[in-house]
Design a protein around this ligand. Structure first.
Ligand code: MIG
Length: 777
């Protein structure tokens, strides 16, 4: 395909303008240095830059100075860490470390190429052994040799080759055992990544339209790449603590009696649960921001009762607003010109659950503010979060399409040089001629991939204005790079298939690498009926998902932990309790995600970046630095092989010690998921409870393992934004061969704690909470 594009030619002059380097040629290139490791390359299109805004990077980026020298053939830009060498005659960019190690380079003069509206960048393969990231994608962990498209798509029937899905993250991390770098292609049009599927010499990425504007991000470690990528696109805030508990949902909890009954059963059965969801069943005729008064009478009282039982309620919100002139939201939206229009001027009408719908244009600030304000109808009823669905946006051009989703047509093909593929892409979303913005300045092509991001932003910002004292649990199905600033992400409609349990393992690792820490797949599977065995295995894995929600589709079998058998119930209960034990560990990891963007679910290479074997072993992962989880993802399987990276590892269940790097085989009876703890681990635990806040946690248990290690423990009130004012505690835990140390490094929050209970091998030390403690082991 490369041959048919037109590359840039000869650089005729250059100029350093403030903190930008401007290269003038057939197209111009502006280079900016964000920090020593991040360099932005922004090419003009038809000799102009239109794209001086970004939906993903919502802050003014700092720029630092650099040096430039001109040699006969090259222009050389240097920072403290990187050297960018640009050949003037056959324009080509090479990036070296200061030690002259080549990290990354353009393929010939095709670092910028064009075909009609499309903009391309072709790159040489240097040492890239793996490409990771790209958000929510099918396929394994490593995307090398494959190709992907970004175009947010509602596709519940995904199979191994399905692409695209609900989210778009035009970011990848290129890894080899010596160093990593990342590229963020800041373009919201449909983007494509061909990572060696077409050629073994080059890889490339391109967009249907817009400009070639990308950031090169150097590591050398994968964690440093992620840290710098999230410096650009933003990081998640501290979730409210309840959001780390177990969450129960089903499309079809259709009235108050049913919901109350589910709630009571959790408490009767002593199965911990913090959140219950209200799916579209709660709405009055599927009108968003309403409650059906017959099925859910006195909603405020109901929610209050549930809150008193320790449950938080999260209702669904769809962007489709029922076309009904007697419905206030619709009427207001029309009067204020808040809905998306077609190029001909009329309001675009699509079909979703309520029948004919109009859709808010979230690119406009007033619309986001209005939507956020309307959310008050839910928050005033007492809800604790917002579940943003259908925001790909998913919309049907005909009422019957709702029921006849195509199974075959979504196997997309690459029509780079034709527009034939549009028919497929516009199948279930807005038609091509929908426009957005104050003056209709954006085409739907440009906005499609950020519609969900902007809805999540409206939801988050509206919440913060309306309920300034409590943190919400906001989740979204669609999203774009940067969505983590606003929301948790679940991976959309999966099925009760072993294949979908399995795919969540690499998919969540890649979403994490893409900067999104609060993630999970529907536990038990959304569509179709789960089998008891599948459910058990999914719960065993699900307790390690940061976002831990059991959800299933209307008319599928009940999927609560007790819905299968006594045995399934007992196993589920044990695991959910283990999750509640681990909550302080999760919460501290969320603090690391907030500070640095490092995900909770970690590919092995995040902790072992030089391990060449680790990259292949993506059917296991690390939760934070210490806990290695090796799920069972096939029916009838009662043992598996686990790869253990370098160091000593403790079988969590049996205590047996293994020495890595090695492959071991391990038994996994139905009630055991293989878990290994790294030497030198420090894992803070709580007493299990039925819901967050049920019990005062006066003792923090700390499980420590022989070896050397450190962990920063974080705590705050778990509810308010006071931590932003510094009201939180940080405690440094440190273990070595002889001692264990506890030391407050930030102490502004008054916790309930009185004791630390340190458990080390068969010893136990109970110590009063003090600023500095050292225990001899
Ligand atoms: O087209 O609200 O992904 O979680 O239960 C289906 C009904 C619409 C899709 C969501 C799913 C939810 C369902 N929704």
């Amino acid at each position: 395909m490369m041959e048919r594009t037109k590359p840039w030619s000869k650089i005729v002059s250059w100029e350093k303008k403030g903190k930008s380097l401007l290269l003038i040629g057939s197209e111009d290139l502006k280079i900016e240095v964000i920090n020593e490791k991040i360099i932005r390359f922004h090419f003009s299109k038809n000799k102009a830059w239109r794209h001086n805004y970004s939906f993903a990077i919502e802050k003014d980026l700092p720029k630092i100075d650099f040096t430039v020298e001109e040699k006969e053939e090259n222009i050389i830009l240097s920072t403290e860490i990187l050297k960018v060498v640009i050949n003037k005659n056959i324009p080509n960019i090479k990036i070296y470390t200061k030690e002259d190690e080549l990290i990354h380079s353009d393929y010939k003069n095709y670092g910028y190429a064009k075909y009609k509206d499309k903009v391309f960048s072709f790159k040489n393969f240097e040492k890239e052994e793996a490409f990771l990231g790209l958000g929510e994608k099918m396929g394994g962990l490593n995307k090398k040799g494959k190709k992907y498209i970004n175009w947010n798509t509602d596709d519940p029937h995904h199979y191994p080759h399905t692409d695209p899905l609900y989210q778009s993250h035009p970011f990848f991390l290129a890894w080899n055992s010596e160093f990593s770098y990342g590229i963020f292609f800041d373009n919201t049009f449909r983007t494509y990544f061909n990572l060696g599927e077409e050629s073994s010499k080059y890889y490339y990425f391109y967009a249907d339209n817009g400009e070639l504007d990308y950031y090169f991000i150097y590591g050398p470690t994968p964690k440093e790449v992620i840290e710098n990528y999230t410096l650009l696109t933003g990081r998640y805030y501290m979730p409210p603590l309840f959001a780390l508990g177990y969450q129960q949902s089903k499309w079809g909890y259709k009235n108050k009696e049913m919901l109350m009954d589910i709630a009571r059963k959790f408490r009767e059965k002593d199965i911990p649960c913090d959140v219950l969801y209200m799916d579209i069943d709660h709405m009055d005729g599927f009108r968003v921001f309403t409650f059906d008064e017959e099925r859910f009478p006195n909603i405020k009282n109901m929610i209050e009762d549930l809150n008193n039982m320790g449950f938080k309620i999260v209702p669904i919100v769809d962007p489709g607003v029922k076309k009904d002139i007697n419905y206030e939201i619709y009427r207001e939206g029309v009067e204020k010109d808040f809905f998306c229009r077609r190029s001909t001027g009329e309001i675009y009408v699509g079909y979703v659950w309520p029948g004919e719908c109009a859709f808010p244009d979230f690119t406009k600030k007033e619309v986001r503010d209005w939507w956020g304000e309307k959310q008050k109808r839910l928050t005033e009823a007492g809800v604790s979060g917002i579940w943003n669905d259908m925001n790909e946006p998913s919309s049907f051009s005909h009422p019957m399409d709702i029921f006849s989703r195509s199974w075959e047509r979504h196997n997309t093909f690459w029509g780079i040089f034709s527009d034939h593929n549009d028919e497929i892409f516009y199948d279930k979303t807005f038609p091509k001629d929908v426009v957005h913005g104050e003056k209709g300045e954006f085409t739907h092509d440009e906005i499609h991939n950020v519609y969900g991001l902007l809805m999540a932003k409206a939801s988050y910002e509206g919440w913060r204005r309306g309920n300034p004292n409590v943190r919400p649990l906001i989740i979204t199905r669609a999203g774009f790079s940067g969505v983590q600033k606003y929301s948790a992400v679940w991976t959309g409609d999966n099925k009760s298939w072993w294949e979908h349990l399995y795919i969540s393992i690499p998919m969540l690792q890649n979403l994490g690498i893409s900067g999104v820490p609060f993630i999970g797949a529907d536990v038990g599977g959304f569509g179709l009926d789960s089998s008891p065995e599948l459910f058990v295995r999914w719960i065993e894995l699900g307790i390690f998902y940061p976002f831990f929600r059991n959800h299933s589709e209307l008319n599928t079998r009940s999927q609560e932990p007790w819905a299968f058998s006594k045995e399934v119930e007992e196993i589920s209960k044990e695991y959910i309790k283990l999750r509640y034990r681990l909550i302080p560990y999760f919460y501290s990891l969320f603090w690391e995600a907030k500070e640095k963007g490092i995900p909770l679910i970690r590919s092995l290479i995040l902790e072992f970046p030089n391990d060449k074997e680790a990259i292949h072993n993506y059917d296991e992962f690390l939760l934070g630095p210490f806990i290695l989880v090796a799920p069972i993802y096939q029916e009838g399987v009662r043992a598996r092989v686990v790869y253990l990276p370098e160091g000593l590892w403790y079988d969590f269940w049996e205590g047996k010690i293994y020495k890595g790097p090695d492959y071991i085989s391990i038994k996994a009876p139905l009630d055991k998921i293989p878990i290994f703890i790294r030497e030198g681990s420090i894992i803070p635990l709580w007493e299990p409870q039925n819901y967050i806040g049920e019990k005062k946690q006066e003792t923090l248990e700390i499980l420590i393992y022989p070896g050397k290690g450190e962990f920063t423990y974080y705590e705050d009130d778990g509810i308010s934004w006071d931590y932003e004012k510094g009201i939180y505690n940080l405690i440094k835990f440190k273990i070595d061969e002889r001692s264990f140390e506890i030391k407050y490094i930030h102490k502004e929050y008054n916790s309930d704690r009185k004791w630390f209970k340190v458990r080390y091998l068969d010893k136990e030390f109970v110590i009063e909470d003090k600023d500095h403690i050292k225990i001899k082991l």
